[in-house]
Design a protein around this ligand. Structure first.
Ligand SMILES: Cc1cc2nc3c(=O)[nH]c(=O)nc-3n(C[C@H](O)[C@H](O)[C@H](O)COP(=O)(O)O)c2cc1C
Length: 412
């Protein structure tokens, strides 16, 4: 199912008042919707940052993992595991946690690993460590059932405590991006087409990739260019979600009941769908079977206009989108970009269909039509598009999504 179509289905439904006990007995906690263990990692992190003055003693490498698990990941799959010692943290990709045919090469999961890596690296100096990264190179291949049971170390972070000449812990260095970690949430509410982003922010964003990095960021504010990208994305949305295997892979990461959220602590919950607060409350009261029917109904409406409303569309490009290290780099860049937007008070969300269609065409041995079209728009066909996003001002703020806690993601 298309996550966005889900919203449209819900928002156009006339909800009829009923005394059916089935509805009222639904296990949604209306008083504290973002409460419970699935949201605890956000609260733990807020407590940690609130109670960590610049001269606090070293909290240990596990603290950095607490930051890493708050990162973005495709469909909130959280494909990570971490092996932690006093002096290093290994980031391990769990190949079973992927969105099936929507991400057949685990390209998006590798990007998610990059997002986690970025949070971890931002947390290092802010918690008294110098961090250096070793990436383990690999070419992405199609995930087979056998490969899906495997774990792969994708990066190792070496940690050294930062000390003063007197060998006491040096003052912490918390950046704006680090401080934004607990407030960064993907925002799927409607964006205001009348509110452009300030030029100063666009300049900051444009300079985000380090000149030595094998990554580029392309920004589009011009309506003609944005319209072209939206048209490609809308067609991609239609093509991908007409394939029942993609539909069902996507659905398997939706958490349409509080019970599922509690059980899995991952995936996309109803609160993340960008409904108005009243509609969110109503949607949370409905049985999941009703919600699924509504999703089907709203499948293809309104996608393009919603996307076009955002005043900025961005594309990240790398040299080789199937080189795992470059996927991690793209993930680090997206995480930085979203944290920057958060720090400056702007909303952001990925919009991946056009990018996913490139994988789909490759998988089906079709000509790389979408890759070429996007290359034409960026004007730099040597930089392969690997990530697409929207930024702007949204009608509502977004809240935290579920997370598995640190214990659940530690490797023995
Ligand atoms: C590689 C990648 C692709 C994503 N694609 C989409 C997308 O197409 N649409 C969308 O709404 N969110 C997308 N997301 C956002 C994730 O769904 C989101 O990060 C996840 O649900 C966790 O929520 P959070 O970012 O609010 O912490 C993507 C994230 C990543 C890392």
């Amino acid at each position: 199912m298309d996550r966005r179509a889900f919203l449209r289905g819900v928002s156009t439904l006339t909800i009829v008042s009923t005394s059916s006990s089935g509805w009222l007995a639904y296990d949604y906690d209306l008083v504290n919707p973002n409460d419970g263990p699935a949201y605890q990692p956000w609260k733990d992190w807020q407590d940690h940052t609130a109670n960590s003055p610049a001269d606090a003693p070293l909290a240990g490498p596990l603290t950095l993992v607490r930051a890493a698990i708050l990162a973005a990941s495709p469909h909130n799959t959280q494909p990570w595991r971490f092996k932690v010692s006093e002096s290093s943290i290994e980031l391990i990709l769990d190949r079973s946690r992927f969105v099936g045919d929507l991400d057949p090469y685990l390209r998006e999961e590798a990007i998610g690993m990059g997002c986690a890596l970025e949070n971890l690296l931002l947390a290092a100096p802010a918690n008294g460590y110098t961090a250096t990264v070793t990436l383990f190179p690999a070419q992405l291949t199609q995930n087979t059932p056998e490969a899906a049971s495997k774990f792969e170390t994708v990066a190792r972070v070496h940690l050294t405590p930062v000390l003063t000449p007197a060998l006491t812990p040096a003052p912490r260095q918390a950046s704006d991006l680090y401080r934004a970690i607990p407030n960064r949430h993907t925002n799927r509410h409607p964006y205001d087409p009348q509110q452009p982003l300030p030029q100063a922010f666009l300049d900051e964003l444009a300079h985000l990739p380090h000149p030595d990095e094998d990554a580029r960021i392309f920004l589009f504010t011009d309506p003609t260019q944005r319209r072209k990208i939206v048209d490609i994305s809308a067609l991609a949305n239609q093509t991908l979600y007409s394939d029942p295997r993609i539909e069902s892979a996507s659905q398997s990461w939706l958490r349409l009941s509080r019970r599922d959220v509690r059980l899995h602590q991952d995936g996309i919950d109803i609160d993340a769908f960008g409904l108005s607060p009243a509609m969110t409350t109503l949607a949370n009261l409905l049985p999941t079977s009703t919600l699924r029917n509504m999703v089907d109904k709203g499948q293809k409406e309104g996608y393009a206009e919603r996307m076009f409303a955002a005043p900025l569309i961005g594309i990240l490009g790398v040299r080789n989108r199937y080189d795992r290290a470059q996927c991690l780099l793209a993930g680090r860049l997206w995480q930085r970009a979203h944290l920057l937007a958060t720090a400056r008070g702007h909303a952001a969300r990925p919009c991946s269909e056009a990018i996913e269609l490139i994988d789909y065409e490759r998988l089906q041995n079709r000509p790389p039509v979408t890759l070429d079209q996007l290359g034409h728009i960026t004007g730099a066909p040597d930089w392969q598009p690997i990530f697409l996003f929207l930024m702007g001002h949204a009608s509502h703020t977004a809240g935290p999504g579920p997370r598995r806690g640190v214990r659940a993601v530690l490797d023995a």
